[in-house]
Structures are given as structure tokens and as C-alpha cells.
Design a protein around this ligand. Structure first.
Ligand code: 6GU
Length: 361
């Protein structure tokens, strides 16, 4: 990832981006943070880049021309126009899904304003994204740019070691992380929870999920409305089972996989709630048993539903299944069509697409 940070305070960026994990990542060539000093593009012999606001009022406004020239200098060197983010409290508040989406770019321009802001006209001509890092006001965009660089770089391959990277991200499920413990077993008369010493991995995972939910309820109840338990229902051969497992693991830490090749499962009622997401993975080629028969016992309560087809189904079948699911209480969020074999990268991309859809709810 290559970042171009347009700023009046390049030292501030270079200092922070040169240390710790970001510094190591830059040294090893996984990221590159280049600062572009907007003052170098001043049209003024005093290197001034700000002026009084039309209409009066307090403070100064950054002029359009130096900012425009600075952006153009990057675009001309690259030969294309990368996404250009303006850091501002008026932007969309940064979250993990946005971070992962930005991480898919090759280059990013991060434009830092100062004073009261930047002349609106150059923003209209150059900026593709407006990003805030929270609902408070900073003296400039630099800390916002650094927050973005830090959060995005964690998703650039090679930046984190295996030790540092967590396969499952806190916040991936819009849940807070469960509590952690290390030795000693007793400290200040406080014991490590018994279950963590049991060696029973299923029980441990269950306990952690419980604790995550409890903690989120206590500390960030606002997140729970955006948190979904993923129930992945699949039918079909090995490709379907593999795709379902891979995809579910990328969308959520705490998913449930239901193998609907098993007749017993198809016969019993499976009910989903409002905070459950149905992820239905199906081969495009029809099974002997029709969809209406296979899925008639699936019930939703306005539950969101994502269909993943492995291979293109008949249009008529697609329509009928969508109708059936809506009738049984599901809201169709999205439909995806894949080749038979799903790879890591494709699963990751699809998982991000699904989480983005969930966030739009
Ligand atoms: Cl990204 N910039 C500034 N100047 N203030 C902010 C911000 C960014 N995010 C929250 N407040």
C-alpha cells in the first residue's frame, strides 16, 4: 500500500509512521508513507496557503490552488487518480468495514486540512471520500490520517506477523472481545475462569462467545443492533461444504453450519431471529429434491438472507426460491454467483461484501 499524505505538517506524519509496526512495515517494503507538503505548492512568494473567508467569520481557509496542485502532482506521477480521502469531522465515521475496504486499494491520497477548512471547490474536484475518526473536533486531519494508515496497514499482507495478526478480529462480528488471561493461575486471589483450563475447545469457544455478548451488552449496547449471528445452511457436494465453511469463517467467528444434505435437518423446523443472518450456499445445478421441499422448514423473523450460488441456476428457480424465502420471513439482502471452486481471496472479498450489506441495514 502506498499512502500519499498531503499536509502542512509532514514531520508529524513521518514521526508517527516511522515507529513501531508501521516503521517496520515501511522498512520491509510492505507499505510506503510519502508526505507531500502542501506549502511547496503555494502560488505565493511568502509560501502562504490560507486566506480570509468570503462572507467573514473567524479563522482562515486553505486556498484551493495549492491543494489542487499537490493532488495533481501525485495523480500525474501515478498516471491515474487514486481514491482521495479528506479527513474531516464532517466525514463518515471510520469503522472496521471501511478500513478493510480501503485496504484493497493500491494507493490512497490522504488530504489533511487545517485552519477552518479547505476551499470547498477543490474538495468538489478532487475528493472521493470524506472520513471522520469520531465525533469530536481535532486541530487538523493529521491524526485522522495516521489512524487510517495504522488501521488499514494491518490488512496489508506482510505487515503483521502471525503472532500479531488475529485470524478473528475483534469487531468483525460487531462484538467486543472476550477477556484474556495468562499465568499465574491465581493472582491477588483471583482465579482464571475454570473453563479456560479444561482443554475443551468447543466449551471454551462457547464461553468466549457468551462473554463477548455480555461485555458488548454492558459496554457497547449500540453495537448489538449491528451484530448478527450467522447461520449458514448449505446443500450439495464437497465444493458446497468447503465453500460454506470457508465463507462462514470469513464472515464471523461464531457461525453455525447446517448441512442440509442431512434429511433429518431438512425435516425439522429451523427458526431464525431478527439478529440472525441466513447464509444459504447452493449449487446452481438442481438437486433431485426441489428447493421448496428442502427449505420449507426454514423460518425467519424478518431475518436478513444472503444467497450464494455455486454455478448459475435456472432463472425460474432463482425467482421461486427468493419468493419462498420471503414468504417464510426472510429479507433478501444480496445474491452472489460463484465459480464452483471458491478460493481464500474470493471468500474474503465475498465476506466483505456481505458485511457491507449488513451494515447498510
Ligand atoms: Cl479526520 N479531522 C479533524 N480535523 N477533526 C476530526 C477528524 C478528522 N475526525 C474527528 N474529528
Amino acid at each position: 500500500m502506498k499512502y500519499y499524505v498531503l499536509t502542512l505538517f509532514p514531520e508529524m506524519i513521518q514521526q508517527a509512521a516511522g515507529a513501531s509496526i508501521l516503521g517496520r512495515a515501511a522498512k520491509n517494503g510492505f507499505i510506503d508513507v510519502e508526505t507531500v507538503n502542501i506549502r511547496d505548492f503555494s502560488a505565493n512568494r511568502h509560501r502562504r496557503v490560507d486566506d480570509y473567508p468570503y462572507g467573514g467569520g473567524a479563522g482562515m481557509v486553505m486556498e484551493a490552488e495549492p491543494v489542487w496542485r499537490a493532488v495533481r502532482s501525485v495523480e500525474e506521477r501515478l498516471g491515474h487518480r487514486p481514491r482521495a480521502v479528506y479527513l474531516t469531522p464532517q466525514g463518515k465515521v471510520l469503522n472496521q468495514t471501511m478500513v478493510e475496504e480501503f485496504a484493497r486499494e493500491e494507493e490512497l491520497i490522504l488530504l489533511c486540512g487545517h485552519y477552518e477548512g479547505i476551499d470547498e471547490r477543490v474538495l468538489e474536484e478532487t475528493v472521493t471520500d470524506y472520513v471522520s475518526i469520531g465525533d469530536y473536533v481535532l486541530t487538523g486531519g493529521e491524526l485522522g490520517a495516521l489512524v487510517m494508515i495504522d488501521a488499514i496497514s494491518r490488512f496489508v499482507p506482510g505487515v503483521l506477523s502471525n503472532e500479531e495478526s488475529s485470524q478473528f478480529e475483534s469487531l468483525q462480528d460487531n462484538l467486543l472481545e472476550y477477556p484474556h488471561y495468562t499465568r499465574p493461575e491465581i493472582w491477588h486471589d483471583r482465579r482464571v475462569p475454570e473453563v479456560l483450563l479444561s482443554g475443551d475447545h468447543r466449551k471454551i469457544e462457547e464461553w468466549r462467545h457468551e462473554k463477548s455478548l455480555e461485555r458488548t451488552r454492558q459496554r457497547r449496547p449500540d453495537l448489538l443492533r449491528k451484530s448478527y449471528q450467522v447461520i449458514c445452511v448449505y446443500r450439495g457436494g464437497e465444493e458446497a461444504a468447503a465453500a460454506a465453511g470457508l465463507l462462514t469463517g470469513k464472515v464471523t467467528r461464531y457461525g453455525k453450519l447446517l448441512d442440509f444434505n442431512r434429511k433429518k435437518l431438512r425435516k425439522q423446523r429451523v427458526s431464525l431471529g431478527k439478529q440472525d443472518l441466513l447464509l444459504l450456499v447452493l449449487p446452481g445445478r438442481q438437486e433431485e429434491e426441489g428447493d421448496s421441499e428442502s427449505f420449507r422448514n426454514l423460518r425467519g423473523d424478518e431475518s436478513p438472507c444472503v444467497l450464494v450460488w455455486l454455478g448459475e441456476p435456472e432463472p425460474e428457480r432463482k425467482k421461486q426460491l427468493a419468493e419462498l424465502l420471503e414468504k417464510q420471513g426472510f429479507r433478501m439482502l444480496a445474491e452472489f454467483f460463484l465459480e464452483k471452486e471458491m478460493g481464500e481471496a474470493q471468500a474474503g472479498e465475498l465476506a466483505l461484501g456481505i458485511r457491507r450489506k449488513l451494515e447498510e441495514l
